[in-house]
Design a protein around this ligand. Structure first.
Ligand SMILES: [Zn+2]
Length: 566
């Protein structure tokens, strides 16, 4: 590659004029001192970053790499020191023999290329990337350094190929590998990373020629790093040993659990495997202890909803309180918050859960096991013989469970449960649909809490803007006023997503006599009117306040609230 000067290249390819170049060079000398020409041209609005990248691609034949969608092997962190990567905004992508593929924001910067070449003793092949993606990639790669070191060590120890369907006699060998210090360190660093990122799940996915480690963070899956294919079996065996699972079994799904203590946090790990064509996909679900977590404020209750919530759970000693919403709407966190709040030494509180996600001291938590015949309905019958005051039923899925739960609620028990539906109205329809008598619903249900999860705007990169009409209309705001909304621009704190953390948004329907009458007479029109007359505040109205307060964005509300998959 011939070294060009960026300015000359842009002028000769007609992207900018001589005058624009002169202006930019003058700005670079005066008010934008120390900045690179490319940055000056972009920040002054003369060209866009995409135009710059396109020109470099066309004129120099430099390839473009979308770093947002590329998983960089963690051992690359060992190839180039962090300080050089950060200083020059470059990141090593791969090494092929003596050639280092280096993603660069400015591939024309030969000083950088020289420095990397002398630091790595490899020939640099530049590829181009955008600034934002680069910042994020550098941050990601160098926070995986622990994993990278362990992988390097494991590679040194590893001799030859390890098939992912070992013969019986090689099991002992695999077990040795799985207990070697580097394997343990790699697995620990994966779990530690998940805890720092507050991930709920870690997915270790064998692919054809690598193993992808992905994490679910704030409800979204994210590629975190890749592990070389030859280390696949020792990593998976290590996890199986931790979960007390059968390491010689590779053909059927397995599950196990263990407790780990990382960064002063006790974590309950649920480990499950699923045989795929490239090996056993392994998922770790991280469960934290509920103490100190899950408060009413923490899950997102505020104002009027907080009062309604408190009244519902404390003013009723019998009846059913339902929590409804689609998958991933935070129903179980709300349920745990209720259980935690109602738990004291004067009550017998039993929960039936599938799966148990948190441990709560003093609560009798039962893990449902359908395969072994412990279904919600069977377990509920057994619980009723155990003198309960409060029963948490993880989910009402069938008519039998619904019937027992609702009858129990009419005979002196407080029953908390969830139903997988969109809102209050559709959960009443669902109960009727699975064969529950209308009088039973009217007689037992005290209230229905519907909810969705929204991501909170990242406080560090939050910026105000004036919304357009589509957004104000969606939130049903009067059009004769000017509003200020907020959104996150993306920064290293939030992995350039603009969001950090999540909260639930609610609508709470408290049953009054009109609502009960409409249900027991099976009159949908009267029911709709009764709900409207009850002073019920729909979820969208509750979200409006959060958008105006800058807690979440209008875009996020529209994504979360329009979700109707169940
Ligand atoms: Zn941010």
């Amino acid at each position: 590659m011939k070294y060009w000067r960026l300015g000359d290249l842009l002028v000769s390819s007609g992207v900018i004029t001589e005058e624009q170049l002169e202006l930019a060079l003058r700005m670079q000398k005066e008010e934008m001192q120390g900045k690179r020409l490319g940055t000056v041209l972009i920040e002054s609005g003369i060209i866009t970053e995409n135009q710059l990248i396109e020109t470099l691609q066309m004129q120099l034949g430099v390839e473009f790499i979308d770093l947002n969608n590329t998983a960089i092997p963690p051992e690359m962190a060992q190839v180039l020191p962090k300080n050089i990567a950060k200083k020059h905004m470059v990141i090593p992508i791969k090494v092929v023999r003596n050639e280092l593929y280096l993603a660069m924001v400015d591939p024309l910067n030969f000083i950088t290329i020289e420095e990397v070449q002398s630091a790595t003793r490899k020939k640099v092949i530049p590829v181009i990337a955008t600034t934002a993606a680069m910042e994020r990639a550098v941050l990601n790669l160098y926070s995986n350094e622990g994993a990278a070191r362990a992988i390097e060590e494991m590679k040194k120890d590893n001799v030859g190929e390890v098939s992912f369907e070992p013969q019986k006699d090689s099991v002992a060998h695999i077990e040795d590998d799985a207990n070697s210090a580097p394997t343990i360190r790699l697995v620990n660093s994966i779990i530690e990373r998940a805890v720092t990122e507050q991930a709920s799940d870690v997915h270790i996915e064998p692919r054809e020629d690598e193993v992808m480690v992905r994490m679910r963070i704030d409800g979204m899956m994210r590629n975190v790093f890749t592990v070389p294919k030859e280390l696949q079996s020792s990593v998976i065996s290590r996890l199986k040993i931790m979960g007390n699972m059968d390491i010689s079994q590779h053909r059927i799904p397995l599950d196990g659990r263990c407790n780990v203590r990382i960064r002063q946090q006790d974590i309950d790990l649920r480990i499950s495997t699923l045989p795929t064509i490239y090996g056993e996909k392994t998922v770790l679900r991280l469960l934290k202890k509920a103490e100190g977590l899950l408060t009413m404020e923490g899950i997102g209750l505020r104002g009027e909803n907080m009062e309604l919530f408190q009244k519902l759970i404390h003013n009723n000693t019998e009846g059913v309180i339902l929590i409804v919403g689609p998958t991933g709407s935070g129903k179980s966190s709300t349920m745990y918050t209720m259980v935690k709040d109602l738990n004291n030494e004067e009550v017998n509180l039993i929960t039936l859960e599938d799966p148990v996600e948190y441990n709560i001291n003093g609560v009798n938590q039962v893990q449902i096991n359908e395969k072994a015949g412990l279904t919600f309905a069977n377990a509920l019958r057994a619980v009723l013989r155990q003198d309960p005051d409060i029963i948490g039923v993880g989910e009402i899925r069938d008519g039998e469970t619904a019937e027992i739960a609702l009858r129990a609620a009419m005979t002196g028990h407080l029953v908390l449960s969830t139903i997988h539906t969109n809102d209050a109205k559709s959960s009443i329809d669902r109960l009727l649909g699975i064969g529950v008598e209308p009088y039973l619903i009217a007689g037992s249900v005290k209230g229905i809490i519907s909810q969705r999860l929204v991501r909170r705007i990242c406080p560090r990169c939050k910026t105000a803007y004036t919304p357009d009409e589509t957004e104000t209309k969606f939130l049903k705001l009067p059009s004769n006023k000017n509003y200020t909304f907020y959104r996150g621009q993306g920064c290293s704190d939030c992995f350039y997503t603009g969001y950090r953390g999540r909260m639930a948004v609610f609508e709470i329907l408290v049953f009054n006599s009109d609502i009960k009458r409409a249900i027991s007479t099976n009159d949908p029109v009267a029911l709709e009117k009764a709900i409207a007359d009850s002073g019920f505040t729909p979820i969208l109205e509750n979200c409006r306040e959060l958008v105006l307060d800058g807690v979440t964005s209008a875009k996020e509300v529209s994504r979360a609230v329009s979700r109707t998959d169940y």
